[in-house]
Design a protein around this ligand. Sequence first.
Ligand code: HSE
Length: 427
Amino acid sequence: MTKKVGVAILGLGVVGGGTYQTLVEHHDFYLETQQVDISVEMVLDKNLERLKDLGVPQEIIAGSIEEVLANPNVDIVVETIGGIGVAKAFVTAALRDGKTVVTSNKELICKFSHELEKIARRNRCGLYYEASCVGGVPIIRTLLDGVQANKIQSMMGIVNGTTNYILTKMTYEGADYADALKEAQRLGYAEANPTADVDGFDSMYKLSILSSMAFHTKIPYTKIFREGISQIDVKDIAFGRELGYTLKLLAIGKNTDKGIEVRVHPTLIPNAHPLASVNDSFNAVYLTGDAVDDVMLYGRGAGALPTASAVVSDVIYAATHSDVKYSTFKNTATADSAVKFVSDFSSAYYIRVSAEDRAGVLAKISGIFGKYGISIVELAQKGDAVGGKVPLIIITHKTSENSVKRAVEKINAAGVGEVQSVIRVEK
Ligand code: HSE
């Protein structure tokens, strides 16, 4: 039997507009394939010009959130406004009224899903957020319904398209960071204020949501180590390539015997790793489970229609499932006090030193590494001396973050050169 479901869309910007378009254009297809008659009953957006451009009929344009929530034909509220101001107020109001919410808002889910889920449970309605992480890539559904048989051991993801675009330009065209960023802004990937993307906040919110789901325990974003790409020198990307590595901004979550490790930072990965060939604005997540072994999902992490694909898949899921599933962990504001987090994590490292070009310098530097128990895998002098200095590249074995920090301080104080870059390496 065909089920009738009414949707309201709040915010018809890029993602909301794409959602409207997809729901309208694919109406008959969903009726045929999913036996669900989904109609857009109301939309709410201050930009009436935009609504006109999208071809939204006048009679479904609401004047306020109250009007949307008072409409008995609205079963599902789609929030595509973004941010945690108005969006949070509207989502809270919708859940309080017992309306299922579908949102693409990663910051809202990352920071407030514990609060919102409580309201949803109380009112027996759903809270779905596939589109909040990695756009059109169905990573949340995969974690919930695809790999749930597994204890997930690790996840590594390129979860931000803007930074992946910038790094791709730097890697394959030799562009420097500032020029690559300008190009990303010109193409509409990066915002005028690019901080959320380039400093890793966007990836951090996504990692908080995804690792909580993967490891079945709350991982607040405050537990995530974060470093962005704005300090990356194109020279290091080129030297890394020569040594067989590609630079990516990775969101990494590991569930180890020592505890949970969550971090976002530029990472050199072997050129042969599947994530190394994820280029331009594409995203990918690489999961390892104890039964399935490795799984990789690849696709578009942003954009109107790819993100709408995720929003609408949640709308269809909500429309075709009468039972509601909530988090598979205690969804609280803070982490469970019984869970251990690893802060001094281990990694291999790429270190570039601008070293004095004279006898004894190499011995001094390797002596400092030895003193801190850091074993060197590879050491290469790159190019000729300029102004008496030469770039020295060191790749280490796996060692602790703290040991590297201490060794770097010692090298800088030893009068043999200056450490200019430290980049983590995942093998
Ligand atoms: N700004 C994000 C990106 C898309 O560049 O991937 C939305 O999360």
